[in-house]
Design a binder for this molecule. Structure first.
Ligand SMILES: Cc1ncc(COP(=O)(O)OP(=O)(O)O)c(N)n1
Ligand SMILES: Cc1nc(C(=O)O)sc1CCOP(=O)(O)O
Ligand SMILES: [Mg+2]
Length: 208
């Protein structure tokens, strides 16, 4: 399995966004250090998800970066992405592992040590852990767990923990100190005035 990048950019496909332009800008700054997770609205069709994933994968490939697909593992397989990410409303982790096979990158959402351990035992190769801070990108989430919540999961598992939810470059040091291997962001890059500059700041915070 290839080594996992530390900065995961999740596509923002809410109305009025231009996810491909943001991905291009982020790749120009982070290059092979970036993982792009293609995430579409639940209302998007499989064809829309497939078309976006195909385009994102082509961009990632030209920079040596990895591409994952959120939720829709058949789309991940169809485009030839490196893997996918599942959460509580998606395929169970063990089923997702069967779909992706033994070498696919499989992320699973975990919010507490118990479920984190179960996800790893079922075949997750990394965990998305959060929400670390308040986010305006997704509704219906539990209260933020903060760096201490991330630390609790890190201490329980032996796979990389990717902290998610309200992550900014300024918040990265505390998350790293809590043991996070990397971070996943939507707004910190997608809503930035200069997405390339925002990506560079996140990479600097993750690698300094
Ligand atoms: C890296 C990472 N962590 C968590 C999530 C959230 O996944 P999930 O809980 O399935 O929620 P949706 O993103 O599908 O709404 C993620 N996508 N990536
Ligand atoms: C898609 C998603 N999942 C989360 C979780 O905690 O499971 S938080 C989140 C949104 C992350 O966006 P932003 O970086 O703009 O806060
Ligand atoms: Mg999901």
């Amino acid at each position: 399995m290839p080594s996992l990048g530390r900065l995961h950019l999740i596509t923002d496909t809410r109305p009025g966004r231009d996810p491909l332009a943001v991905v291009r800008a982020a790749l120009s700054a982070a290059r092979a250090e970036l993982v792009v997770q293609v995430r579409v609205e639940d209302s998007a069709t499989d064809r829309e998800a497939y078309d976006l994933a195909r385009r994102v994968l082509a961009l990632c490939t030209s920079y040596g970066a990895s591409c994952l697909v959120n939720d829709r593992l058949h789309v991940a397989l169809a485009v030839g992405a490196a893997g996918g990410h599942v959460g509580a409303d998606d395929l169970p982790v063990a089923a997702a592992r069967r779909v992706l096979g033994p070498t696919g990158v499989l992320g699973a959402t975990a919010r507490a040590p118990g479920t984190a351990g179960e996800a790893v035992a079922a075949g997750a190769s990394y965990l998305g852990v959060g929400p670390c801070h308040t986010t305006s990108t997704k509704t219906g989430l539990p209260d933020p767990i903060g760096p201490a919540g991330v630390r609790a999961v890190v201490d329980a598992v032996d796979v990389p923990v990717i902290a998610i939810g309200g992550v900014t470059a300024a918040r990265v040091p505390a998350l790293r100190a809590a043991g996070a291997y990397g971070v996943a962001v939507v707004g910190a890059v997608s809503a930035a005035a200069d997405p390339a500059l925002a990506t560079a700041a996140l990479i600097e915070a993750l690698t300094c």
